[in-house]
Write a new protein. Structure first.
Lengths: 188, 113
């Protein structure tokens, strides 16, 4: 078994200095893989962080479609098979996320509440794409991921700060930039 | 890993079991981890203690400058504060907190310490 970190275009820039990281090319794309380890299934904070570090290192100088932590394939040939089967979708998804990052927004309230339409109305225009998940519990008003161009992240951040000022009854938490985990449309 | 928090709400406590600090968001366990809750609480308590220590220290220094103390009193004050400082370091160590952890971001007012 080997780990799959991400798909990217090929040829691409030189790989970051990560031991064992390899580029497995196919159809103008590459599967970015690394050696698997015994404890790959264990989602410890350290393991999650190591995976994230590799994906973020890749993302510094290329567009990537990140694989979730724990994604493994049998071998490089298997990675190529998986990638080739969805090559067209991968190309489209890479174009979709090109030059953009994922920002995660979570909104909570003391009383169960509807998400004010102002929130999504004022944020949607600043993002290329958005994905909303069902709230995790009663106190959660909104759980969303936004695909935002790198150059607009500051603008988005400022808008969230303004929304917070306008909605004292809510708590807005914005984190990022993250690799575009929610916008890959891919399955490995 | 640089700080991933782009906007932190004033009511951070609404985010429940998650830690007060998100600087290492992925290196902290997410979920109701009793160890983390205790540490978060320790962080708040020690921050208040540190604030008081700094206030007391400044007051004592003002008294020394004003010349209102005998040499023995000054000596004792000095020792006390050294001891307090040392004890703070020990407490921080016990809870795995760095000096920078003992701070509270007051938003527009900047940091507490």
């Amino acid at each position: 078994m080997i780990r799959l970190y991400a798909f990217a275009r090929h040829p691409g820039p030189a790989l970051p200095d990560v031991p064992g990281l390899v580029e497995v090319p196919f159809d103008g794309l590459a599967a970015l893989c690394g050696p698997a380890a015994e404890d790959d299934r264990e989602a410890t904070p350290e393991a999650l962080w190591r995976h994230e570090e590799v994906v973020e290192a890749l993302m510094r100088d290329r567009d990537v479609l990140p694989a979730r932590f724990g994604t493994r394939v049998a071998d490089e040939a298997d990675a190529v098979r998986a990638g080739t089967a969805q090559a067209e979708g991968l190309h489209a998804a890479l174009a979709h996320v090109s030059g953009a990052v994922e920002l995660s927004l979570r909104v909570r309230a003391r009383e169960p509440a509807e998400c004010p339409e102002a929130l999504e109305r004022r944020l949607a225009p600043l993002a290329r794409d958005a994905v909303t998940s069902p709230p995790g519990d009663e106190g959660e008003v909104l759980r969303a991921a936004y695909l935002v161009e790198r150059v607009r992240v500051g603008e988005f951040q400022a808008q969230v700060a303004r929304l917070q000022a306008d909605h004292g009854d809510l708590a807005l938490l914005l984190t990022g930039p993250w690799p575009p985990y929610s916008f890959t449309g891919a399955r490995a | 890993m640089s700080d991933k928090v782009l906007h932190r709400p004033p009511d951070i406590d609404l985010f429940g079991a998650e830690r007060p600090r998100f600087d290492d968001a992925l290196t902290r366990r997410i979920g109701a981890d009793p160890e983390n809750l205790e540490r978060g609480l320790a962080q708040l308590v020690l921050t208040v203690v540190e604030l008081l220590r700094q206030v007391m220290e400044r007051q004592a220094l003002r008294r020394i400058d004003a010349g209102g103390l005998s040499p023995e009193q000054e000596e004792r004050l000095g020792q006390t504060f050294m001891e307090l400082s040392r004890r703070m370091d020990e407490l921080r160590d016990e809870f795995g907190l760095e000096a920078e952890d003992l701070n509270l971001n007051l938003g527009p007012l900047g940091n507490l310490l």
